[in-house]
Design a protein around this ligand. Structure first.
Ligand code: FMN
Length: 667
């Protein structure tokens, strides 16, 4: 069966309160366009994080009811130790109230002032723990990790060459430990291969450096290996996990993720001296070092969570759900970071909202639009969270990306919730040209947690003319792709900037076109606002004045002498037409409109642009975001509102041999 079903029955439920658009707008206003300041009761599907937000099983709840809350020698602690030893294979197990406490403890014991701690990617809490101990957290992901179009199966791998160089350059004494996040949190959970872990093990062992796994996402990592790594494909997850842990000296775990509890963490390792040291420091800080700040019932929940984490049905459902979301969005052109991770899908907000600059906080604007349209809460990882940082000389650090992250709490949402998220995202995508940028009014203490924002121009979703397909379009008959149906030669342009990145993709689309004998007898002259553009505007014929408002006007040049001529037919105009249609369809895909024109004074246009013989300008294309037709003069507007006319298909197509077409019906 192909339908993804939840591999569980739901016998405890928390109702979701449906909200109206007006209620969500009011909640956004009250929360100052900061989604972390919106009460959870006003959220329909909450994908802000998968950490600590999962659902525990009936076995976990049952075990919690039988917890032994003794201060010393609790049965619950023994059960957790047994479960952790069975999974990780290490002798010492130290529970902590969260992963961050485990990391702080470990770093305080291992990392000295001035040391460097490399990792593939540091989880936020690990980075802080290294810094708090006086160390320098360094990240060495492989190059492919930063390429959103690369489908590398193990984007979480550490770059071994750079790790080797770093160790040789600094000396092993300055590198007390290497952390490998399995899986890496970057990219929504990108896995690390066993081959990579083994190579790191060999390298660190040669230099006497410890290797610890930051293993909040150990189960999804094992599942990816089970699916993708040749030597381990199809092998039981328990064997894969055992091998991962065998290769390391220990683990630090936030159990709020793959451990499927709402709070809890632990450290596990073999080193006796380290155990004595950590227990001593716990004794000083916390008293008896048995519970790590947790109630015994939390230890019980964690013990069962560790046993359930590697359930293949659970992981298959989880990963397939996430892939379903990523695939469904990407198929419709939403710029999804590929491949999706094990616990989250990330969308590139700069490509989604190409009319916004990083200063307009595109990821936060997109996150707010998703909330406004459907009550979905996703996380911003971009100019709001990462912006405002400076280097050691006080110069602003550029923000590398603007992403929104859809993180999936474990066992909490069903397939229909995911389909709702897909529908909502596509709704925002269809209206993306209407999404306004945001500005920060007040940063508060910690920008992304506390900032107050507002939409530039006052409204997050600007008003638009209706974008419904007109009924007569449907009489044309369904065609193969909605892009083709959506393309229209409309004449109203919005006063919005088209970024160079988008323009570049359109120009590339033009170049992908076929041409007779692959002669590509074309060139393009792209004009924005310039003296040449003003001169080109002046060549537009009466009735085409609307094109002056387009932010971009492209001249499509053809060279009949370089084009192929077959049986007396010169293919230059045909070739240029094919390539121009590519550009027009690509424009629709980017949310733009492109309008081709022959109505201009061609010799004057050639002169305006300095086009030499034998080149001719076969068409001009006005390009920009669609605008409000209300701003057009009445005659032009009437043209835009005219029903689309195509004769019946029998007039266009005949089969086997020529047949005279029926006379066209009167329009
Ligand atoms: C080569 C070419 C030249 C065109 N010239 C003009 C023009 O000068 N002015 C204009 O408003 N539309 C022009 N158009 C747009 C057509 O009128 C339009 O494509 C046609 O009416 C079909 O409508 P649609 O593109 O919305 O499907 C031109 C289209 C092509 C392909």
């Amino acid at each position: 069966m192909r339908t993804i079903i939840e591999p569980f029955r739901i016998w405890t439920v928390r109702p979701i309160r449906p909200t109206s658009y007006e209620e969500r707008l009011a909640a956004l206003e009250a929360g100052h366009y900061n989604l972390l300041r919106i009460p959870a009761r006003d959220v329909v599907v909450d994908l802000i994080t998968d950490s600590g937000t999962g659902a525990m099983s009936s076995q976990q709840w049952a075990a919690m009811m039988t917890a032994d809350e003794a201060y010393a020698g609790s049965e619950s602690l023994f059960r957790l130790e047994d479960a952790a030893r069975a999974l990780f294979g290490y002798r010492h197990v130290i529970p902590t109230y969260q992963g961050r406490a485990a990391k702080r403890l470990l770093c305080a014991a291992l990392v000295q002032q001035g040391c460097t701690v490399p990792a593939n990617t540091h989880l936020d809490t690990t980075r802080s723990a290294v810094r708090a101990a006086g160390g320098d957290p360094v990240e060495l992901p492989i190059l492919e990790a930063g390429r959103s179009d690369s489908f590398h199966p193990f984007k979480g791998n550490i770059d071994l060459d750079r790790l080797r160089q770093l160790i040789e350059q600094l000396g092993a004494k300055s590198v007390p430990v290497v952390f490998l996040a399995v899986s890496s949190p970057a990219g929504g959970g990108q896995p690390v291969s066993l081959e990579n872990i083994k190579a790191v093990r060999d390298l660190t062992a040669r230099h006497g450096i410890r290797l610890f796994l930051d293993c909040a996402y150990f189960a999804e990592n094992a599942y990816f290996i089970h699916r993708r790594e040749d030597r381990w494909r199809g092998r039981p997850l328990e064997d894969i996990a055992r091998e991962m842990f065998r290769l390391a000296d220990g683990v630090m775990l936030s159990a709020r993720k793959d451990g499927i509890v709402n709070t809890g963490g632990l450290l596990a390792f073999n080193d006796q001296d380290l155990a004595v040291k950590l227990r001593r420091s716990l004794l000083r800080g916390e008293g008896l070092a048995t519970h790590g700040g947790l109630a015994a019932r939390d230890l019980e929940g964690m013990a069962i969570g560790l046993q359930e984490a590697l359930d293949t049905n659970h992981l298959a459902h989880r990963l397939e759900t996430i892939e379903h979301l990523a695939r469904s969005l990407a198929r419709e052109g939403v710029p999804v970071i590929q491949p999706p991770g094990g616990h989250a899908v990330q969308v590139d907000a700069r490509a989604f909202l190409p009319h916004l600059e990083p200063e307009d906080l595109p990821a936060q604007a997109l996150a707010c639009a998703l909330y406004l349209v459907a009550g979905i809460r996703v996380a911003e990882i971009g100019s709001l969270r990462l912006g405002g940082r400076t280097d050691s000389r006080g110069a602003p650090l550029p923000v590398p990306h603007d992403l929104v992250r859809y993180s999936f709490p474990r066992r909490t949402y069903t397939r229909s919730h995911v389909d709702y998220v897909i529908e909502a995202t596509l709704e925002v995508f269809a209206n993306r040209h209407r999404v306004a940028g945001l500005e920060i009014l007040d940063e508060g203490d910690r920008r992304h947690l506390t900032a107050s924002l507002r939409p530039r121009g006052g409204k997050l979703l600007r008003d638009d003319h209706p974008r419904e397909l007109p009924p007569e379009l449907r009489t044309l008959g369904p065609c193969s792709h909605p892009l083709i149906e959506k393309r229209r030669s409309t004449r109203a342009f919005a006063d919005l900037h088209v970024s160079d990145a988008v323009l570049d993709r359109l120009l590339q689309s033009f170049r992908w076109a076929p041409s007779c004998a692959n002669r590509q007898p074309w060139r393009l002259v792209v004009t924005r606002r310039s003296a040449e553009r003003t001169a080109l505007d002046a060549t537009l014929m009466e009735g085409n004045e609307w094109a002056r408002a387009a932010p971009i006007l492209i001249a499509v040049l053809m060279n009949p002498e370089s084009a192929a001529t077959v049986h007396g037919i010169n293919y230059a105009p045909f070739d240029c037409g094919l390539a121009t249609e590519n550009l027009l369809l690509a424009a629709v895909a980017e949310g733009l409109v492109g309008h081709p024109m022959a109505g201009f004074d061609e010799p004057a246009a050639r002169q305006a642009l300095g086009v030499p013989d034998p080149w001719r300008i076969v068409a001009l294309v006005a390009l920009g975001f669609p605008g409000d037709p209300a701003h057009l003069d009445a005659a032009t507007r009437a043209k835009d509102e005219r029903p689309r006319q195509r004769p019946p298909i029998a007039q266009t197509v005949c089969y086997d041999r020529w047949t005279d077409p029926e006379p066209a019906p009167k329009a």
